[in-house]
Design a protein around this ligand. Sequence first.
Ligand SMILES: CC(C)(COP(=O)(O)OP(=O)(O)OC[C@H]1O[C@@H](n2cnc3c(N)ncnc32)[C@H](O)[C@@H]1OP(=O)(O)O)[C@@H](O)C(=O)NCCC(=O)NCCS
Length: 224
Amino acid sequence: MAYYIRPMYRQDIDDVTEIDHEAFPTQWPPADYQYEIRNKLARYIVVCDDEQVVSQPQEENLEESKAAGWFTRFWRWLNNNRTPGNKTLPGIRHYVIGFTGFWTIAEEAHIIIIAVRETYRRMGIGELLLISLVELAMKQKAQVITLEVRVSNTVAQNLYLKYGFNGVGTRKGYYIDRVGNSESREDGLIMTTQDINSTEYQERFRELKQAHTEKCGALPKQQV
Ligand SMILES: CC(C)(COP(=O)(O)OP(=O)(O)OC[C@H]1O[C@@H](n2cnc3c(N)ncnc32)[C@H](O)[C@@H]1OP(=O)(O)O)[C@@H](O)C(=O)NCCC(=O)NCCS
């Protein structure tokens, strides 16, 4: 399978919402990606399977690409001057298989979500998304990365622990679930990294990224 990462665009919202509903079927309130895509504090990344074409180029995509702002320019810089906006969306749109997003507030990058389609899990894609997110946070001069995760979600906690996040507290009843008329709550575990710019973190991150590359083959293709 060939896959690649790029920023999330408006055209991805249906796919992303589908993945969200699959991963968090009872979570309340539902996420509003129409809002998130316009939120200047937020950055969302998707990973696509480039063997599955969803749609062909459209004029509106070309217009959107022309209007690309600093984020796309920043993305070009991050990806060796390749421009996702000029090729990915105006070109063929591929099936989105996972996504992540974070907000940057002052020196803190706060992970809002990370999710991979069930049929694509355990293939290193969640890790690829986290690696990309950490790199983007570093480029944005964030110092720490934080998040909340359900206390029961040991799968995600394992991923975060691997990347140097540690539990630092809990938020009581942070998550609300609704099934029919019944509502329940679950505590959120607060996790945070040390300073991601520290030599110690950077070295550990480099090692993890290298190990991921070796395990998952060559670096995922960047469709740009
Ligand atoms: C969490 C999630 C994104 C991981 O994605 P993934 O692509 O399956 O994960 P990867 O294959 O990249 O695995 C990376 C690491 O995650 C952890 N992990 C992933 N699946 C795991 C499992 N079933 N059991 C234990 N640890 C697991 C491991 O630490 C793994 O590293 P390893 O391969 O060295 O053991 C995915 O399970 C998911 O979408 N879950 C539902 C949504 C969710 O809970 N999101 C997090 C809260 S916002």
